[in-house]
Design a protein. Structure first.
Length: 319
């Protein structure tokens, strides 16, 4: 088996809009802006982890002739959350490009900027120089101030379908000259990638290094086990399979040991939302489902594993 030294998701990051997987509506809008010379100076890109928000922002910046490091500046707000970061951006934005072109700022995890910082950013968005463009990327748009949202053009990126992820995996393997990975493995990979091309390619790289399909399917089965635990937890919460708190705690402990708290929240939230819309949680009142969903509304970035436990206990203890 060929060893792939570089990270696949970085190596095969799309260079143009045609390379963006499974986002036809977003690509149509972005391409239209460039074609008609109408790109907004403030853009908010939202969607799940690894669906292409930053890639879209980079391609858009490239189309606007913004080149790193001076004219294309990327900032991860997870590392710089305060008002000082925004002040630095404002200072940078006061200087036009040395090449008489445009300048772009891509702010990843923009929702993590403090309220004070967001308020300072608001003034910059309102008074942006003609050459300055700001692209805010976030998985949590609900934490962006409404005053900022109303000044941005929002592009929503959706989870990518399993069919598109399967085609992506096959294309990457062909480009890398890798053979010997069966369709069953690739189909399972597409199913457990949560609609994320990045997650798909990260897992694909791990699969490439394994010796055979049996080993690959075993690795992917751990993701299936996670899905099963989420289903068990959802059923316990909805009382369609009422169990003691001891059993709930066991499942929560197992999930907390193997998954990030935010991954757990999103998975259980998705299961419960499907139950509410589909009406297939037998004997469960919709008001109860809605109340349980409310316990999972806010992210677990701050509360972490304790947030998972608290949400589980509140949901289980509803009378």
């Amino acid at each position: 088996m060929t060893t792939i030294l570089s990270e696949l998701y970085r190596k095969h990051r799309p260079k143009g809009f045609k390379g963006i997987v499974g986002q036809p509506e977003a690509v149509k809008v972005l391409s239209g802006w460039i074609t008609h010379g109408s790109t907004p100076h403030a853009v908010l890109l939202t969607g799940g982890s690894g669906v292409g928000k930053t890639s879209c922002a980079r391609i858009l910046a490239k189309k606007l002739n913004c080149q790193p490091p001076r004219d294309l500046i990327e900032i991860n707000a997870a590392d710089f959350t305060g008002i000082d970061t925004v002040r630095e951006i404002r200072q940078q934005a006061s200087y036009p490009s040395l090449t008489a072109g445009n300048r772009c700022w891509i702010i990843d995890e923009a929702a993590l900027i403090s309220n004070q910082g967001q308020n300072a950013l608001l003034k910059l968005l309102e008074e942006a120089p003609s050459y300055a463009y700001f692209f805010l990327c976030t998985t949590n748009p609900e934490k962006i101030l409404n005053t900022i949202k109303t000044r941005c053009s929002e592009i929503k990126l959706n989870p990518v379908t399993a069919e598109n992820l399967l085609a992506l995996s096959q294309s990457i393997l062909a480009k890398e000259g890798v053979e010997g990975i069966g369709d069953e493995v690739l189909e399972k990979l597409a199913d457990v990638s949560d609609g994320s091309p990045r997650k798909c390619l990260v897992k694909l790289q791990q699969l490439i290094e394994l010796p055979d399909d049996a080993s690959r399917l075993k690795m992917l089965s751990k993701d299936v086990e996670f899905e099963a635990s989420v289903k068990d937890l959802g059923e316990i919460f909805t009382k369609s399979q009422r169990k003691q708190w001891k059993e709930v705690a066991r499942i929560v402990k197992s999930l907390n040991e193997t998954q990030e708290p935010e991954t757990i929240r999103r998975a259980v939230l998705g299961w419960l939302a499907s139950a509410l819309v589909g009406g297939w949680a037998r004997g469960v009142d919709n008001n109860m489902l809605a109340e349980i969903l409310s316990y999972l509304e806010m992210n677990f970035y701050d509360s972490g594993k304790a947030g998972v436990v608290l949400a589980a206990y509140r949901s289980w203890s509803i009378k």
